[in-house]
Design a binder for this molecule. Structure first.
Ligand code: C5P
Length: 351
């Protein structure tokens, strides 16, 4: 298959990591997933996903996690791009480049985020202007955390975590993340949670009053107290060293600390920028974490950062069963995400 794409045409989408401020795990469902009630927050640790027309589907990863990201057909960004091409009838392969800063297998939805970014980037590259619902359905098919990558902000997730409702909260929160260099498998953590629960009956969860009230008021101290994760015990069982990380962070002045999603990243909430610097220094000096990152939240979901189409070099993609039209249609395209954004986030060292 050859591409008739204009040389140099590319779109870059930026997507944030997520943390779970509250993760309440209900009973296991027949499909193997668990009923969840979770509160997601998008934080300023980003992957940048660039798509450009190519002769064949392909993927390249750059950044510190190169060796940890699959570059075969299992990669969520590649699956997302192909899924959108199928739905939209686009017959133009893309090469995807992921500039990765979100930890891999860290409980911050790094792979899911790339799926969301690829949807937004391809939607813009192919001038599809897909209805939001189309991208959301594709996202939910890719994985439980992918829809939140599109959504961003702060949101309640129910069902598998993929049915989202925005939280109208106040405040901008300062986070410090303690990273581990050994990842945790999400299915293994859920299985361990089931094992620890044994035959104890579990009810369908719903968002807690303390969490909702903390977010409504924008009270960081109350939010710190309300941070909860039903998977935390399972993560601490499988990676016992995380208890020391949690203890150290609290001793260094965090308002609260919680395992992020299925871990092993631990998210600490602090009062302000200075407290974040102090905690990052404290965690680094103690040697309990393999790396430390600072961030703020909430931030916007996946959005187009730059588009080579703006240079006027764009031509519409080939559609299956249709001749490539001779001239651009002039459509603005544009991704599903809000236009935004400046810097890529705080540096990963406290210095
Ligand atoms: O949807 P995703 O592929 O990200 O989920 C990874 C795994 O996490 C699932 O296969 C399942 O084992 C577990 N999971 C779950 N319940 C959820 C979300 C994820 O059991 N609500």
């Amino acid at each position: 298959m050859t591409s008739a794409a204009a040389p140099g045409r590319s779109v870059t989408a930026r997507v944030p990591a997520k943390i779970n401020l509250e993760l309440l795990v209900g009973p296991r469902r027949d499909d193997g997933y668990h009923h969840l009630s979770t509160v997601f927050q998008a934080v300023s640790v980003y992957d940048d996903v660039t798509v450009e027309p190519a002769d064949d589907w392909g993927i390249t990863v750059t950044g510190p996690y190169v060796d940890l990201v699959p570059v075969d057909g299992s990669n969520l960004a590649l699956r997302a791009a192909r899924g959108l091409a199928d739905v939209a009838g686009v017959a133009e392969p893309v090469h995807i480049t992921i500039d990765k800063d979100i930890p891999v297998a860290g409980g911050m939805a790094g792979g899911s985020a790339d799926g969301a970014a690829a949807l937004v980037a391809c939607d813009a590259l192919w001038d599809l202007a897909s209805p939001r619902g189309v991208l959301e359905d594709l996202a939910a098919d890719l994985g439980a955390d992918v829809p939140f990558g599109l959504h961003g902000g702060t949101a309640i997730g129910s069902g598998r975590g993929d049915q989202l409702a925005p939280v109208l909260g106040r405040g901008r929160y300062h986070w410090v993340f303690a990273l581990s260099d050994v990842g945790l498998s999400t299915p293994a953590i859920y299985a361990e949670c089931d094992r620890l629960r044994g035959a104890t009956p579990v009810r369908d969860p719903s968002p807690s009053a303390p969490m909702m009230s903390a977010l409504r008021s924008g009270d960081a101290e109350a939010l710190g107290r309300a941070l909860t994760n039903d998977l935390q015990e399972a993560a601490l069982t499988l990676q016992p060293g995380l208890s020391e990380v949690l203890g150290t962070g609290m001793e260094c002045g965090a308002l609260g600390g919680v395992v992020s999603g299925s871990g092993p990243t631990i998210a600490f909430l602090v009062a302000d920028h200075e407290a974040a610097l102090d905690l990052a220094v404290g965690l680094t000096a103690s040697g309990v974490a393999s790396a430390v990152k600072r961030a703020t939240g909430p931030v916007a979901g996946a959005h187009v950062l730059t588009s080579g189409a703006a240079t006027g070099a764009a031509s519409p993609p080939r559609r299956r069963g249709a001749q490539r039209p001779g001239a651009p249609d002039g459509g603005g395209g544009g991704g599903a995400g809000p236009g935004r954004p400046p810097g890529r986030g705080a540096p990963s060292s406290p210095a």
